[in-house]
Design a protein around this ligand. Structure first.
Ligand code: GMT
Length: 379
């Protein structure tokens, strides 16, 4: 198949999923065209089956806000026409679903019908999309997509609960490349970070409010009082300055290291004992899946799709959003002795294997074929 993929090219989960999906489809012989405003961060390979089309945005002085949507639409029309796309898969509804709709209409006016699949990822539904400044467009664009997928059952339910969506939504879970995300022999790194054999806790995110990063610090502070431990904070974002201040206020600076944005995240996860994800909202929790694949159990909130990934008492524990006492208690249960910790690590990997990309990829391929066939039957 010739597949166009539109996504945010950043470290965010939707961009990661879209890029890894495109890479894996290309490896199976599909022809993939990424259409984004800069090179996706995970697009780190050369493949004869992958092309990257950069959307150029005019900076004419009249524009206080550059018309990105118009530039993206034009690029979609151009790529669809000249590369003969079979299907267009857009990730994150805003603005990609409405851009795809407009591109589809322009192509119809030229006698070309390109089916559009929209994948809903999380905040496009649970946070941003519900805002009245976007909601009518999001609802319309989802309903106009030929196919709609969501990354968890919880996100599917949220979509029906918050939008007047009449389309069937197919749940296709996030996935993991277990060749890349596996425990790597990085003992020298571990010895450098925890020379005294302390337990090593970790959090990765974009440090936005929705991630409740302050809860990570409070949980760590409670764990650290009982078990000698260190915390690695990976990522960057709006909340980072406040979180660093919180660490200073709680006198935790010697035990908390801020590593910023990292590419080889699997190498860091490989030396960690516990992942903390206290998010207020999380449609799936891809970062937790990455940790689990590297044999790191998860302490998380029970928000959104987290219970569909993190199995309470098996791969980690779930707590109510904001209940840092419960999260700390659960963390201590896992970290208290090596036997228990090793059992949780084993369980985390076993669960992560259920989301192996080799299992999920055929679901996307089958879904594309179904949508292409149903559109052909209608046209
Ligand atoms: O978590 C973020 O803020 C990034 C966001 C995105 O769309 O880039 O992540 C969302 O999509 C991921 C991939 O499908 C999911 O695993 C995350 O759970 C989801 N984040 C939220 O729902 C907050």
């Amino acid at each position: 198949m010739k597949i166009g993929i539109v996504c945010y090219p950043t470290f965010g989960g939707s961009g990661v999923v879209a890029t890894e999906l495109g890479k894996a489809l290309a490896a199976k012989g599909h022809r993939i065209h990424f259409i984004t405003y800069s090179q996706p961060v995970r697009l780190d390979i050369f493949s004869e089956n992958i092309s990257y089309h950069e959307v150029k945005i005019s900076n004419y002085p009249l524009f206080e806000y550059a018309p990105y949507e118009s530039a993206l639409t034009s690029m979609l029309v151009d790529v669809a026409m000249h590369e003969g796309l079979d299907i267009l898969h857009v990730h994150y509804a805003i603005p990609h679903a409405s851009v795809a709709y407009l591109a589809k209409q322009i192509l119809i006016s030229k006698g070309i019908y390109i089916p559009v699949v929209t994948t809903l990822h999380g905040t496009d539904i649970t946070l941003v999309g519900r805002d009245s400044s976007y909601e009518p467009v999001v609802t319309f664009a989802i309903n106009q997509s030929d196919g709609v997928t969501a990354v968890s059952q919880s996100l599917k339910n949220d979509t029906y609960a918050n939008f007047h969506v009449c389309k069937d939504i197919e749940v296709i879970y996030n996935f993991i490349d277990l060749k890349r995300f596996s425990k790597k022999p990085k003992d020298h790194f571990k010895r450098a970070i925890v020379p005294g054999g302390e337990r090593l806790l970790v959090h990765t995110s974009n440090f936005r409010k929705v991630k409740r990063v302050e809860d990570v610090i409070h949980v760590f502070e409670k764990v650290n009082r009982v078990i000698p431990s260190k915390l690695l904070m990976i990522g960057d974002g709006d909340e980072r300055v406040a979180i660093e201040k919180l660490c200073r206020d709680l006198n935790l600076c010697d035990d908390v290291r801020f590593l910023g944005k990292q590419d080889a995240i699997e190498e860091i996860l490989s030396v960690c004992d516990l992942f903390i994800m206290p998010s207020a909202s999380e449609s799936f929790g891809l970062a937790a899946l990455e940790a689990m694949a590297c044999q790191v159990p998860v302490i998380s909130s029970d928000a959104g799709g987290m219970p569909e990934l993190n199995v309470h008492g098996v791969t980690g524990y779930l707590s109510k959003v904001g209940d840092v006492d419960d999260m700390a208690r659960n963390a201590l249960k896992i970290l208290k002795d090596d036997n228990t910790l090793n059992q949780f690590k084993h369980n985390a990997l076993k669960r992560a294997s259920e989301f192996d990309i080799n299992r999920i990829l055929p679901l996307y391929e089958a879904y594309y074929s179904k949508i292409i066939q149903s559109v052909k039957a209608e046209v």
